[in-house]
Write a protein that binds this ligand. Sequence first.
Ligand code: ADP
Length: 622
Amino acid sequence: MAASLVFRLHDRGPEVVREVLLERGWEEYDQKEREEEDWNLYWRGSAFRNSEYHNLLPWQRLNHHPKTIGITRKDCLARNLRRMRATFGSALYDFSPTAFILPNHYTRFLSEYNNLRVTRGPSVYWICKPVDLSRGRGIFIFEDIKDLVYDCSVIVQHYISKPLLISGYKFDLRIYVCVKSFHPLTVYIHQEGLVRFATEKYNLSSLRNLYAHLTNTSINKFGPFYKAAKGRVGQGCKWTMSKFRHFLHSQDINELLLWQRINNIVTLTLLAIAPSVPSCPNCVELFGFDILVDVTLKPWLLEVNYSPALTLDCQADITVKRGLISDLIDLMNYTLSDSMRERACWRHGYKRLCFRAKRSSHVPTPPVLSKFEVTKIQKRRSGGQSQTLPLIKTLRQPEKMNQRQSRQHASGADYQRRLPPVDSNQIYATRGRLANETHRDKTLNLIFGPCSRTVVNRRTCPALAPHRSLCVSEVTSHDDAETEAETERSGEADASCSIRDTPHRELGFRRSKLPNIDSGSHGAVMERTPGLSGQHNPPLRVGDFIRTFPFNATTLRASRHELDVKVVIKELHKLTAQLATPGERLRREEEEVKKETDGEDFDALLWGPKDPPLLSQCFKPT
Ligand code: ADP
């Protein structure tokens, strides 16, 4: 039967998410028409409630992990990065401007302010930002402390006063980061971010001119020069990342080190919270990292957005955000069985029994629904879909369940893909052949799961077929499809503010009973690493999402079970040193790494360049 996946958008959600999903053949959740659990993806701009994580069913996905406020609120980010700096050294955690949370750290700030006045003179600039506002609201820049006036909790940060300019205009980079899983940590960065420009020329003698100093679109689109042609920047205030790459090439700027540094910033920032985020399978998170590049090409982290804006203001937005959402859906790894929600009640009831049975080691039987439940389903189905009757029968007559089902239940494999096993040699032979080919998929989507393969036909299962060009070897697998949709608030908001009141709760997630969409149990396309036998590696790329963590065999191992932050940081050090150090030392370090990871063939791509090379190629000594 043709699969349809169902999404829910909270508060009508971002329109681009609706458009992309409808185009892919999904259906929108309608409370009046559907059961409460009858959805696959729930998307919202603000935080989910505790109970929503706890009640998540195997075919459902949420677009937020719990407890990520540690990096998405300005004061929490400042606090966490300070802690990491104290533990792992300021040489590594030197990518965010020094920040003070006021009023709490006023004395510290005062002492730093006075020190700098003595050592560097008056030309040190500061920026003051309310901790729980976004979109540039309430921000001002000052040089003299007498101009610092605030009536709410703020952070005061060193102002990066020498930013890289294009035709005299300041800009920052919006990098889209998807954390597919915190346990094990699995991170993807999208190739197509945005470059956001100020709309008046940068000038330190007019600190009050927000059109010159802030790069928020929400501010600049109302600026008097928004529509004017502005040198190389052109009209408007946004570029795609591709255009920015062209610019770098035209200036003979070596971009590799810049991308690798941004990559490191993302990883190091996530490491600050990863150990404390509860494991919540079937959640993904799309963060917006704001990066400012200074004249020396050093990238600085300004903030991390919890719900990056998804409004479509201009052509650059359309190009970037539509592709981004489409790739994100592919990354969520929906599979055929996820779409079988009409059997949700049956599965749900069965699942409970199954888990009880695990403890008592009895073969579980499917649940017998109450008369009320059966009537409810019949009522919902009236309109006469032919599937209804057999379903109800199955529900009412568990004893007639066939042997195969019983076996599945007994093994607790209720969500396993029902697909023919495939010879893994065949998979890898095919992968090898296709690894470097990019396909504009027309009718087929090849899906490689760890132990099975299926072909999704776009005509019969439109919702499961990827819609963008994908490297076949890296396409998400779709044999157990399932999603939920939830609304996101206004797409306009970078909604770090929306979680202002989220209490710090102890969330007891560790729901081993749910298949993790990252673990392969849901059929994600995994690579196999011979040296780590039996373990499946997350795909290198999905659409324009490039996997940036784990980036080698050591970090893969360090991210399994309890995340070993120290080991990861050591590896990041090595990687950066390799990029910056040519010649003999690099060769020796490479040999050292090779010895450590002997036999473990784990490749990673360098995020950033349009056609990303393998990291191992980048670091080959010439
Ligand atoms: P908001 O959440 O309100 O957008 P941000 O921290 O992103 O707050 O700051 C808004 C804008 O201010 C940024 O896009 C950037 O242009 C500018 N900005 C913020 N912090 C700094 C800084 N430390 N140095 C220079 N410019 C900054």
